[in-house]
Design a protein around this ligand. Sequence first.
Ligand SMILES: [Cu+2]
Length: 153
Amino acid sequence: MVNKLEVAWTLAVVALLAGVAAYSTVLLYHVDSLPGDPTEYVDVWAHQWEWTFFYPQNGTNVSSVYDPTTNTVTGGALWAPAGSELQVNVTSTDVIHSFNIPQLGVRIDAIPGRINHFAFAIPNVAVGTEYLIQCTEFCGTLHGTMRSFLVVT
Ligand SMILES: [Cu+2]
C-alpha cells in the first residue's frame, strides 16, 4: 500500500522536473535569438579554401577567391553598409572552418550541417574600408590562403 508521503514526494519531484523542463525550453529559444536588430543578412558558406557569400535580400551569390601574391580577392567580397547591423548565417560545405574578422572581434565556427547565426555592428567608417576575413580553424593545405575581406559600402 502506497502511503500519502510517497505520493507527495513523487509529485514534488515530478513538479520540480516539469518546472526545470519548461524553463530550459524557454531558454533554448533565447539562445538562438540575436542581440540588436539586424538590417542586413548574409549567408556565409565556407569550403576548401574559399568563402562564398550569399545575399538573400537581392539573391546574389559571390565566391570570394583570395590571391596571396596581391592580397586581393576576385569574385567578390562581403559587402555591408557603414553603420548597419549585419547578421551572418555561417555554415560549411566540407570540413570545419571558422569565420573570423579579427578587427571586429567576430569569430564563428563554420560546421557542416549546422548554421551558426551571429549579428554585429558595421563601424561607421569611410566607404571602401576593408576588414580582413580569415579562416581560423586549420582546414587543409591551403588554410593559410582562406581569406577574404569585409568591405564597407
Ligand atoms: Cu578553413
